[in-house]
Write a new protein. Structure first.
Length: 265
């Protein structure tokens, strides 16, 4: 962490990316009754991707390791800022308390959809690690503790974790815009759905929704933060006690359907 903080190159590049993204600003494209909203975070992710060793080679692997180690530090500052938004909306959040708690069960949809697709694409035990959750830090730690990261389950969860880190923010931000076009879900519901345990994904969603519904921006931010906090608190228990056992049972069923036999031990 100390070496990362001393890496001046990373700080200057981040400053340049932030400045360029903010200069572009929020772009809105009307689509039917709603609109697609592109927020500065999306630009920063795209531009940062092309700075890496695979493209422009402005940053190397060491720089990328330093940058990743600083993410948790910067997210702490972000969550502190969001914490100031939750307090004033406390009673509104309390009214939605049952919905905030029950929405955690929606994460089970990840395994119900993901495991059958993964198995039929040819994955085996990797499917359990990959699809039992959205594979953020607590889930990686859980799989590591139970199976080890060198196991098939460990490879699965790490694969989704890396994909989520690279594409998750973009996906969440754009999905929020598309869903708002349908005008089926209330903005508060979309904000709560964004709280899957990832601050960056939640921030991208909240940013898009706040741009689309500026009159409800503070409430949207408060619901998003409260939902994300609850996901961080009970998400591990949900994965450990419900999602992971259910994933293993579903995997055995789908494996038997695909291959016509039980998996060899």
């Amino acid at each position: 962490m100390l070496d990362a903080i001393k890496n001046v190159k990373i700080h200057l590049l981040v400053l340049a990316l932030v400045a360029a993204s903010e200069l572009i600003g929020i772009l809105k494209f009307p689509v039917g009754p709603g609109m697609i909203v592109l927020v500065p975070m999306l630009y920063a992710v795209f531009m940062g991707t092309f700075l890496g060793p695979k493209f422009l080679k402005i940053v190397n692997d060491k720089d990328m390791d330093h940058a990743s180690s600083l993410v948790s530090l910067t997210l702490m500052l972000l969550m502190a800022r969001y914490g100031t938004l939750v307090g004033p909306k406390f009673f509104e959040i309390v009214k939605a308390g049952p919905a905030l708690v029950l929405q955690e069960f929606g994460n089970i949809g990840t395994l119900l959809i993901g495991i059958p697709i993964a198995v039929f694409l040819g994955l085996k035990r990797e499917a359990v690690g990959a699809a039992h959750s959205v594979a953020r830090e607590p889930n990686v730690a859980l799989i590591s503790d139970i199976y080890g990261l060198n196991s098939p389950e460990g490879r699965g969860v790490m694969g989704v974790y890396i994909c989520g880190t690279v594409f998750g923010t973009i996906f969440f931000g754009l999905t929020a815009s598309f869903l708002s076009i349908l005008d089926v879900f209330h903005p508060y519901a979309l904000a709560m759905a964004a709280g899957v345990g990832s601050a960056s994904m939640m921030t991208a969603t909240v940013g898009s929704l706040s741009a689309i519904y500026p009159d409800m921006a503070e409430q949207i931010q408060a619901f998003g933060v409260a939902s994300n906090t609850l996901s961080g608190l009970d998400g591990v228990y949900m994965s450990m006690l419900i999602a992971l056992p259910l994933s293993n049972k579903l995997y055995k069923i789908i494996y038997r359907i695909k291959y016509g036999k039980e998996e060899a031990k």
